[in-house]
Design a protein. Structure first.
Length: 237
């Protein structure tokens, strides 16, 4: 469903972060992208939803060339693709449920959205999303009262509330301790398997990648150096 055809990304300062990358992702896969810091993992993920524009080549998502999307079409496209960051990107001075409810308010900056008045049906959907990641009991707690792992689960619930086909996760467990990291990874795995949502995740913990992902993509200096099912991974990458 996602296809990279000869994709190169060179930033305006001259750094080539992706160098002639060819890849295909199928619906429902759990893919871990691994590699050293600076290898190009984050760039790879962020080109899919057009946070960055590529320099040459083509990225196709469900037969649509994403480079051609404009305005309203790009917003609709991004609603199908959830994004999870290392830093959670929540508004911490308000409640958990308000942070999830922002998924239903298109087009405002996030700090404006959390002060909005929300519809009852959206509140119900937000509570359902929180239930899916096991933190329904925290719905009316302020985000700054939660642990890092709980905050990442709020971010995951916010993404689920937009009903995505794909979740892109950029180092989602990098700031969590090992025990909490596994709790969050269990959520990703469950969402992937039970809801058939594709997960494409950058992760520098190789052992955790091997434990959870179905497929591993190894990136080095902007090039794909490994692409295979998890059981084929050997020491070299
Ligand atoms: P571009 O417009 O080239 O796609 P961005 O708008 O993403 O790039 O970033 C703008 C500028 O931010 C870059 O040209 C660079 O100077 C700086 N920058 C941001 N992140 C990094 C990074 N990880 N390494 C080096 N420079 C960075
Ligand atoms: P990773 O996620 O594997 O750490 P990145 O995709 O963040 O790698 O970075 C790949 C290369 O591109 C690095 O050399 C990084 O410094 C550079 N880079 C990343 N973002 C920018 C940017 N906005 N502007 C310029 N260079 C960048």
């Amino acid at each position: 469903m996602i296809q990279f055809v000869d994709v190169t990304k060179t930033y305006t300062n001259g750094t080539t972060a992706l160098n002639h990358v060819n890849l295909t992702f199928e619906q429902g896969e759990f893919v871990a992208v691994i590699g050293l810091s600076g290898a190009g993992k984050s760039t790879l993920i962020r080109c899919i939803n057009r946070i960055h524009d590529i320099t040459s080549g083509t990225i196709i998502v469900d037969k649509v060339d994403v480079a051609g999307l404009r305005g309203q079409h790009i917003r609709q496209f991004r609603r199908r693709i959830g994004m999870i960051f290392q830093s959670f990107n929540l508004v911490t001075r308000t409640t958990v449920i308000n942070n999830v409810l922002v998924s239903f308010v298109p087009g405002l900056p996030i700090w404006r959205k959390v002060t909005g008045i929300f519809r009852r049906e959206h509140k119900i959907k937000a509570l359902e999303a929180l239930d899916k990641v096991g933190i329904l009991d925290k719905a009316f707690v302020r985000v700054d009262q939660l642990s890092g792992g709980q905050q990442q689960r709020v971010a995951l619930a916010r993404t689920l509330a937009q009903n995505p086909d794909i979740i892109l996760a950029d180092e989602p467990i990098a700031s969590l301790d090992p025990v909490t990291a596994r709790v969050v990874m269990d959520d990703f795995k469950r969402i992937n398997k039970e809801m058939n949502i594709s997960v494409i995740m950058n992760i520098h913990h190789v052992e955790i990648a091997l434990e959870y992902a179905d497929r591993i993509i190894g990136i080095r200096k902007g090039e794909v150096v490994f692409d295979g099912i998890t059981s084929q991974v050997t020491q070299e990458i």
